[in-house]
Design a protein around this ligand. Structure first.
Ligand code: SF4
Ligand code: SF4
Length: 148
């Protein structure tokens, strides 16, 4: 099944083909980062501390096919659980944007036609993360990630 032209502007998330759904991911890597929640304000704080399976040099999961064997807590985003999980995704996440009725940004690879445009626009965490295997939980707050 090929992707329909500009499907992200017309097709509801629940009606996208698996190929279209996968193509929505901009490759930013931010969903693989650990987050902290401010107990006073309930504000969600993204850190640069990444999942132990995250490959900082490619900005991708190092073993996506069998990730659940290595990281059982990894959540797979689907049209069914999106409503529950969108809050935990970065504001720039394409799934979250469409779920909230907003358009994709002009740097999104589907818009630019360039698979690397997220990195080129400085919207990914390529080369910015540290592994959770190297940072104690108590120190995560020392690695905040500003979000735009
Ligand atoms: S945050 Fe969203 S767009 Fe970015 S890598 Fe994760 S699923 Fe893809
Ligand atoms: S297992 Fe892979 S996809 Fe899941 S959070 Fe870790 S790096 Fe990301």
């Amino acid at each position: 099944m090929t992707m329909r032209p500009e499907f992200w502007t017309t097709i509801p998330l629940a009606n996208m083909t698996p190929e279209e759904w996968e193509a929505l991911c901009d490759g930013c890597g931010k969903c693989c980062l650990n987050k902290l929640e401010d107990i006073d304000t309930e504000e969600l704080i993204f850190t640069r501390v990444a999942c132990r399976l995250f490959d900082d040099t490619s900005c991708r999961c190092a073993n996506y096919a069998v990730r659940k064997q290595h990281v059982p807590e990894c959540v797979v985003l689907t049209p069914i659980n999106l409503d529950e999980i969108a809050y935990w995704m970065p504001p720039s996440c394409a799934y979250r944007l469409l779920h909230e009725g907003r358009p994709l940004p002009d740097w999104h690879p589907l818009v630019t036609g360039d698979p690397a445009s997220t990195h080129k626009a400085g919207k990914s965490v390529l080369g910015l993360t540290v592994s959770e295997a190297a940072v104690a939980l108590d120190d995560w707050e020392d690695y905040p990630l500003p979000l735009d």
